[in-house]
Design a protein around this ligand. Structure first.
Ligand code: GLA
Length: 725
């Protein structure tokens, strides 16, 4: 049993395969006692209160807790806890106070769906047990239900909160976190991520300092700048040893992830909607549910933490027929021709795809309206017949005859001021009437808080897909929100826009998923500006970054791999010199780096030399052969490109019979050293044969000594494929 309640001690214990999470009710408060390696028994003794804390009031006439010094499960603002709260509510009388006390609980098998929001699911009731702890504020009658869903075998606990207004008037929720965890000391490192367009999810690690450390987005998207995850480790933790705690939010809009080290040397981690970009008017009798937070703990370092997230996201967040299979080898037209294409050119590229073994060709931006650059036509989702006489059908028929499938790009959430749609509906974008509308990339964002706009988006994409011939959609989002007014919402609900926008988007995506189960959807936002668990629920892969340079991708993919599955990361071989960085890299290195995710090419195959075309043929075929290992294997980070002049990693198939390992040197070494790469995850006693050299190694040799990596030239790489004999 993964959820145990002891009515004597009033303790709630959640147990997964490798850890326990223990809470206790005391004087009505829900206290946090423990989160770490598996333990059993009465944990009451763990609760400790210092007894004196100047300037921090005691509850209930000096007899109760000093709330500011107590580890709480879902801290509220208004009484005497002065740390960052999880919940803040303004009452009808203007008071900003909510005082939740436990009033009940229930334990259910299975995992309830969260209405309108993406969430981890289970396939049978036995995979998950759910604890719901009920709390109430006896004055306002506001209730909260804290959900803890325990996926024991996945080593995962998910959390979210439902707030119910049991009073007679509306209240305003000013802040409602998805999860909050109190730690009783501050000896942790924080692993944070930072980035920008073309440099997403780079990693920093630093000791936790006193004060509040916040990674957040108020951009109306999870964003390139910070990704909605937070990792805490013990100071000496590395890939295979030490404590690692991870939190990932299943949401695509503005968020906050905070870790604070407080005055009494305790720490509080909070993750959820960004309160700076949010408030919610909750009428009497209504409910509000936060997005879900997925949490895991590993006593064996970062690798186990990453593997737990990767597994649950791959198997129990992603959905649909592409979930468990290697994805098709695709070629995307963007870096091949940008806006400069017509049907003839596309069909020539398609012919090359067929010759080279590429399974799917994607027509990127520029096929609709009158769009020849990024200044017009978003919203006008009808084919540009001038460029593409005979429409999409002519191209898909041409490709189908050669065995190549067709994909297509959309940016459905956007509207160009220069568009038919804008002429007809200038009020359909997010805006405030009396303010200018800032354009980003010459475009505005449609107001997805409106049902008519959501219906338009759904219908315009569905209409094209219903015509048939399309088996893949790249769904882009190329600016962040500003002047984000919802024209149908009252003045008192404007701070609801960010969250309502995502409820609208998720409803559109759900409808598309339901109607087009055979279409593979790929999420994109100028590359990885919305690479988050929310989008993964609807689209099992994401264009990782607009930076397609193999060397730059090393850091981006390393950071992404901390919490997301490699199968979710699209990685393409692009041309050299690279279009973003002008780096000149060998084809083999570009392949080695792209052979880590959902694979493809981002180049003009008709412009390649015969030797390069042969390389494409060989690499496409290698990916087809080993794509399953990449899709389902365990992933091991072996060398960190943030810290060293190289990167190395390996994938190991679930049955440990195949290992694919990569190594890239990012800075020239004038003289070689004794570089060797020790692998992980193999069978020690098995013998493995390396595909390209025929050399034989035992698993223990590969893991304890490793493989020589004699590369000295900048940007050169080695790819090893090892198969058990
Ligand atoms: C974004 C995407 C690119 C490409 C362009 C098209 O930047 O990330 O891959 O689709 O839009 O405009």
């Amino acid at each position: 049993m993964s959820v145990i309640y002891d009515s004597q001690t009033k303790q709630f214990a959640l147990h997964t395969k490798s850890y326990s999470y223990i809470m206790q009710e005391k004087e009505g408060f829900l206290l946090h006692l423990y989160w770490g390696k598996t333990i059993m028994g009465d944990c009451s003794y763990m609760f400790r209160e210092q007894g004196r804390a100047a300037f921090s009031p005691r509850m209930e006439n000096c007899d109760g807790f000093i709330l500011d010094d107590v580890p709480l499960e879902y801290p509220c603002w208004g009484r005497a806890d002065m740390r960052t709260p999880a919940l803040e509510i303004t009452n009808p009388d203007g008071s900003v106070i909510v005082d939740l006390r436990v009033c009940g609980h229930r334990i259910e098998s299975g995992k309830p769906a969260i209405k309108g929001l993406p969430a981890v699911y289970c396939e049978s009731e036995s995979e998950c047990e759910t604890l719901v702890i009920e709390l109430i504020d006896s004055v306002s009658k506001v209730k909260a239900e804290l959900y803890y869903c325990v996926l024991e075998d996945y080593d995962i606990i998910t959390r979210y909160t439902k707030i119910i207004n049991g009073g007679t008037e509306s209240v305003q929720i000013d802040r409602a976190a998805s999860a909050s965890v109190d730690f009783d000391h501050i000896r942790y490192d924080v692993i944070s991520n930072y980035g920008t367009h073309c440099r997403e999810r780079n990693i920093e690690r630093a000791p936790l300092k006193r004060g509040r450390y916040i990674m957040s987005s108020r951009r109306g998207a999870s964003s390139h700048v910070h990704n909605p995850f937070l990792i805490l480790t013990s100071p000496t933790a590395d890939e295979t040893s030490g404590d690692a705690y991870g939190f990932v939010l299943v949401y695509s809009g503005s968020f906050t992830a905070e870790i604070a080290a407080n005055q009494f040397d305790s720490a509080r981690a909070i993750i959820g909607l960004n309160p700076e970009a949010f408030s919610w008017k909750l009428e009497a009798g209504e409910e509000f549910t936060t997005p879900e937070c997925v949490m895991t703990y590993s006593p064996n370092g970062l690798e186990q933490m990453s593997e737990s997230f990767a597994r649950v996201f791959r198997e129990r967040l992603c959905r649909g027929k592409f979930r468990d299979v290697r994805r098709p080898v695709l070629l995307n037209s963007w870096e091949a021709c940008y806006f400069g294409f017509d049907s003839e050119r596309l069909m020539k590229i398609g012919d090359s795809c067929a010759e080279l073994g590429i399974e799917l060709m994607v027509i990127d931006d520029g096929w609709f309206g009158k769009r020849d650059d990024d200044r017009s036509s978003l919203g006008d989702w009808f084919v540009n017949e001038k460029k593409m006489p005979g429409g999409i059908k002519r191209i898909s028929d041409h490709l189908a005859a050669k065995g190549v499938k067709l994909g297509i790009w959309f940016e459905p959430e956007m509207i160009s001021p220069d568009s038919e749609l804008y002429k007809a509906h200038p009020d359909w974008c997010l805006h405030y009437n009396n303010r200018p509308r800032s354009e980003g990339r010459y475009q505005l964002i449609l107001d997805l808080t409106r049902q008519d706009v959501c219906d338009y988006i759904f219908e315009s994409v569905a209409k094209i897909l219903r015509e048939g011939g399309i088996s893949y959609v790249k769904w882009d989002f190329n600016r962040n929100m500003s002047e984000a007014g919802g024209s149908l919402l009252g003045a008192d609900r404007q701070r609801e826009v960010d969250f309502r926008y995502y409820l609208g988007l998720y409803s559109v995506l759900e409808r598309l998923n339901q109607e087009f189960p055979d279409v593979l959807f790929e999420s994109c936002s100028g590359g990885g500006g919305r690479f988050d668990a929310g989008m993964l629920y609807y689209m099992p892969q994401v264009w990782t970054s607009d930076n397609s340079d193999a060397v730059e991708r090393l850091k981006i993919q390393y950071g992404t791999s901390l919490v997301y599955p490699m199968s979710a990361m699209s990685a393409h071989v692009s041309a050299s010199p690279n279009h973003q960085t002008l780096h000149v890299t060998p084809f083999d290195s570009r392949f080695t780096v792209a052979m880590t995710g959902s694979f493809g090419y981002e180049l003009d195959p008709t412009a390649l030399s015969p030797e390069e075309q042969q390389k494409v043929r060989e690499t496409a075929s290698l990916y087809k052969e080993y794509g399953e290992v990449l899709a389902k294997g365990s992933y091991h980070r072996l060398r960190d490109p943030h810290a060293e002049d190289c990167a190395a990693w390996c994938f190991v198939s679930p049955d440990k019979s195949v290992c694919i390992a990569g190594y890239v040197l990012t800075h020239v070494r004038l003289y070689g050293n004794n570089e060797r790469i020790a692998l992980r995850g193999l069978e020690p006693d098995a013998v493995y044969k390396e595909r390209f050299t025929g050399a034989l190694y035992r698993g223990d040799q590969l893991m304890n000594f490793g493989l020589h990596a004699p590369t000295t030239l900048e940007y050169h790489s080695i790819l090893w494929i090892l198969e058990k004999q």
